[in-house]
Design a protein around this ligand. Structure first.
Ligand SMILES: Nc1nc2c(ncn2[C@@H]2O[C@H](COP(=O)(O)OP(=O)(O)O)[C@@H](O)[C@H]2O)c(=O)[nH]1
Ligand SMILES: [Mg+2]
Length: 249
């Protein structure tokens, strides 16, 4: 079974385009899509609920709690219904992550991997329509994290598009609880990946062509807060994780 968690904050126009693309890409696979509407003030919930009955569930936060809590809620509900060999995927709801990649990511999990990252920096990956400062930010974040927390086979630490083996994610969540998502804002994607390394995941990257030119609406990323979040994450994890365990490629 494929579970897809879509954290969504004011993504109604993007979901209008993304959900039909997902249903098409997932035809023939058993799947469940969980849209986590994080206190949006647009029609995010209404758009998602139009697809209820077609494998789309809606989870709502009464107020905006942020990306970390939205991902956590999505993990909790999908893990409740999943078996160890199922696949849990996270991706942006802004229509920039092509759902066509989901089956091949899931296949890799089926072959025994714990985490598959859809990576802008893997051979064949690219970013279309992303402003230069954003390219620099994700590149620098990747290089900085690789310096402090080398993870064999991983270059894109901040990509929100990932597949996890459900049994693996369940172990991570049962160990950390809500402490898995302490970072404020977008640094949380990096935090989840790095904290999970304690359990020595078998991980790899697959090339992602990020279609930022397909993005509907503005980015939700607060730039300075994200940079500050990366820096404080490095200090926190250096202190808490200590010596980084080796990770199999
Ligand atoms: N649940 C939740 N999701 C958020 C929040 N902020 C951003 N997101 C979602 O996180 C994902 C990443 O944000 P996005 O604007 O795509 O960032 P960018 O593509 O890196 O510029 C999108 O699916 C957003 O809807 C938030 O406060 N809560
Ligand atoms: Mg995005």
């Amino acid at each position: 079974m494929l579970f897809i968690v879509l954290p969504a904050y004011n993504e109604a126009p993007a979901l209008e385009l993304l959900l039909p693309r997902m249903l098409e890409a997932l035809q023939g696979y058993p799947y469940r899509i969980v849209v986590v509407d994080d206190g949006s003030d647009d029609h995010t919930a209404q758009v998602a609920s139009r697809y209820q009955g077609q494998g789309v569930d809606l989870l709502r936060h009464g107020r905006n709690k942020g990306l970390g809590e939205a991902l956590y809620s999505g993990f909790e509900v999908t893990l409740r219904d999943s078996d160890a060999e199922d696949v849990i995927i996270t991706m942006d709801a802004d229509n920039t992550h092509g759902p066509e990649l989901i089956p091949s990511m899931a296949e890799r999990i089926g072959q025994g991997l714990d985490i598959v990252v859809a990576s802008r920096f893997a051979a064949g990956g690219r970013q279309v329509g992303l402003p230069l400062y954003r390219r620099l930010l994700s590149r620098c974040a990747g290089m900085l994290m690789a310096l402090f927390f080398p993870l064999s086979g991983i270059r894109d630490y901040s990509s929100g598009y990932r597949a996890y083996r459900a049994g693996f994610l369940a172990r991570v969540l049962s160990d950390y609880g809500t402490g898995l998502v302490e970072s404020d804002g977008f640094a949380v994607s990096v935090e989840i990946l790095l904290k999970s390394t304690v359990f020595r995941p078998r991980c790899m990257e697959m090339p992602l062509v990020l279609r930022y030119d397909f993005k509907q609406g503005k980015s939700k990323m607060p730039l300075m807060r994200t940079i500050a979040g990366y820096i404080s994450l490095i200090f926190r994890l250096k202190r808490d994780l200590g010596v980084q365990p080796e990770v199999e490629a």
